[in-house]
Design a protein. Structure first.
Ligand code: CP3
Length: 370
């Protein structure tokens, strides 16, 4: 069979997800959720009674169990490994903790060139616990589900390291970016070194796809993104692709940045819900696959409204190959689990079984357009 033909009867969640990442036709769009394992789920809250977040991440058997439980409970096509964006800070020499109600806190935020010079890039091996968890999840699911490894993007991680935690205006981050070009570049370079090693561990352990979270990149103007962030992000994306896996690149509040984000060469761009999916995709000339983009708070809406919004996202994707159904950002605590499960059922029920036909037309159209 050629790359664009497939047997729908043989399609697993894993093959459906991977094919969609590569813009190949599928029987229906794959579906998974950002933060699908988290506090909205009773099983996760139960595990959290006995372990801190970082403990769960560092114990592969628990991280794998949390990952598997969430994916199975929801009936999704892909499982994202349970871990956290900030884990690489520790082997680089920056201690942090999660403070209840306040989010992450970095104890000694980076404000000087000297503190950046001191960061270590030779201890990514300490992060092997994430790969160990991936190995367990991959062993459990085989090809049945797509296994997603992930890391933070250089800008978003740098923002936590410089600000010391979450931020509204990113003043310290942007100050360093503008006024300390050497320090800024040094920090991003060090991050890429560690992140490439970290992603390699995850891919070797069985991750099918790597998602790069640039959650807070939407705080940048297009010009700043291009001048200070795009080149280093492109390097990371390329390096991961050279490991043989597709890359999903995700950020929030990115409407105006999408064409520039597309220039990273990522296979899939994650869209937040503020940009209508079709507009966002069109702004990138349909050159990549897209993931998204239901507003996560729609999961609190009555069923008929939820249904309308799910149908609208599917209609905007219009059966084009390369749509992965997801939210525009993570599931928040308090979300009714049954509504998340209902969305999975809706995607399965409402997406056109003629996706193949539509996809063929689309593929044919692409060919005839040269
Ligand atoms: O199912 C999944 O998506 C699994 C795992 C996952 C977590 N964090 C676990 C977690 C993933 C993919 C992340 C990524 C992450 N971590 C991001 C990028 C994703 C995004 O939302 O844009 C960011 C920005 C972080 C940093 C981080 N971790 C923050 C800001 C917080 C605190 C916020 C809060 O709600 O308290 C965390 C904590 C965290 N990481 C939780 C989970 C399930 C919730 C807290 C807990 O269990 O104590």
């Amino acid at each position: 069979m050629g790359p664009d033909s497939f047997d729908p009867l043989l399609m697993t969640g894993g093959s459906r997800f991977l094919r969609a990442c590569l813009k190949k036709p599928v029987d229906r769009p794959p579906v998974w959720f950002l933060r699908q394992a988290g506090r909205y789920m009773a099983e996760y809250r139960e595990v959290r009674k006995h372990h801190t977040l970082v403990e769960i991440c560092k114990r592969p058997e628990i991280a794998a169990e949390v990952t598997i439980t969430a994916a199975e409970k929801l009936g999704v096509d892909a499982a994202i490994i349970f871990a956290d964006l900030l884990l690489p800070l520790e082997p680089m020499g920056l201690d942090f903790e999660f403070v209840a109600g306040e989010g992450p806190m970095v104890h000694h935020p980076l404000r000087t060139v000297e503190s950046i010079e001191k960061l270590r890039t030779d201890r990514a091996g300490q992060l092997e616990y994430v790969a160990a968890a991936i190995e367990k999840v991959a062993g459990h699911f085989g090809d049945q589900l797509g296994i997603i490894g992930f890391c933070g993007a250089p800008f978003t991680l740098a923002s936590y390291m410089i600000e010391g935690g979450s931020s509204r205006n990113y003043i310290f981050t942007k100050q360093m970016m503008y006024a300390e070009p050497y320090a800024w570049q040094k920090l991003l370079d060090k991050l890429v070194t560690v992140l490439v090693a970290f992603c390699k561990q995850q891919v070797d352990a069985g991750a099918d796809v790597i998602q790069i979270f640039d959650s807070w990149v939407g705080s940048l103007s297009v010009e700043d993104y291009r001048d200070y962030v795009l080149p280093v992000t492109k390097r990371l994306v390329r390096a991961v692709q050279e490991m043989g896996v597709p890359v999903i690149y995700f950020g929030v509040d990115t409407a105006s940045l999408l064409p520039a984000m597309r220039e990273t060469g990522a296979d899939v761009i994650g869209l937040d819900w503020r940009t209508p999916l079709d507009e966002g995709w069109r702004s990138m000339d349909y050159a990549c696959a897209v993931q998204g983009n239901l507003d996560p708070i729609t999961l609190f809406a009555p069923q008929p409204i939820l249904e309308t919004r799910v149908k609208q996202v599917l209609a905007q994707a219009d059966g084009r190959p390369g749509h992965i159904f997801n939210l525009g950002h993570g599931i928040v605590p308090g979300t009714p689990v049954e509504n998340v499960q209902a969305v999975v059922k809706m995607v399965k029920a409402f997406s056109r079984p003629s996706g193949l036909l539509i996809s063929k037309d689309f593929v044919a159209g692409e060919v005839s357009n040269g």
